[in-house]
Design a protein around this ligand. Structure first.
Ligand code: DX5
Ligand code: ZN
Length: 216
């Protein structure tokens, strides 16, 4: 059973509440929340006041993706929104093991996102501690980018690592996901798909959510 996590970065912030109510009524599983600081990535998205609105309106579990430097500084604050998963970037953490333990101390799933250039074998010593690995299938920073095809070989390598080390880690794919590649991504072993533009830039977001959810 695949989990679908629409990325509200691609939604219309002028009617954010309406967009969240639409997700509440849809068949999606989580809501993906992209927090960018303008330092780790070349874009700034939104911060705590917007998270407040999302927390108060969404009935779906929150999937927070931190594209920020020094995430440790803000883990307590993000944990206060009680997300399902809190994801930090591998490339932003000097003491990743400690960061993961801190997230899990709040009873929240710990996610680790890896940029397109970061190899799967960097996770070898830490995979058993990670609840969700988020493979970035675009360079983080913007919605609506083209899916990087090499992602497929990374999913395969990650699946092998998870099997070899008998870990329960879920595989999430973020960036350029659509009805064109979703079936292949699932076949390769992905558990969670994030989709922004494919859902929110369509005329019928709920229908596109259903389309992805119905892909086997
Ligand atoms: C990219 C973000 C993604 C993005 C996905 O930095 O992490 O979550 O919003 O959007 P699409 O599906 O449009 O690539
Ligand atoms: Zn994301």
């Amino acid at each position: 059973m695949m989990l679908l996590s629409p990325s509200i970065l691609s939604s219309n912030f002028g009617i954010l509440e309406k967009e969240l109510l639409m997700l509440n009524e849809s068949s999606c599983d989580w809501v993906h929340i992209d927090v960018m600081d303008g330092v780790f990535v070349p874009n700034i998205s939104f911060g705590f006041p917007v998270l407040e609105v999302i927390k108060n309106t969404s009935l779906k579990p929150l999937d927070i993706h931190l594209m920020i430097t020094n995430p440790d500084k803000y883990i307590e604050k993000f944990a206060s929104y009680k997300p399902e998963v809190l994801t930090v970037h591998f490339e932003a953490c000097t003491h990743l093991h400690r960061t993961i333990q801190k997230i899990k101390s709040y009873d929240i799933k710990a996610g680790v996102a890896i940029n397109p250039h970061t190899p799967i074998n960097s996770l070898e010593s830490i995979i058993n501690e990670i609840d969700v690995v988020c493979i970035m299938s675009v360079n983080p920073g913007f919605g609506g980018q083209v899916f990087i095809e090499n992602t497929f070989s990374k999913i395969k390598a990650l699946k092998n690592l998870i099997t070899k080390q008998k870990s329960n880690t879920l595989i999430q794919i973020d960036g350029g996901v659509s009805d064109k590649n979703a079936a292949a991504l699932l076949k390769e072993g992905s558990d969670i798909l994030v989709a922004g533009n494919y859902i929110f830039k369509s005329n019928d977001p709920k229908d596109n959510i259903n389309k992805l959810k119905n892909i086997k």
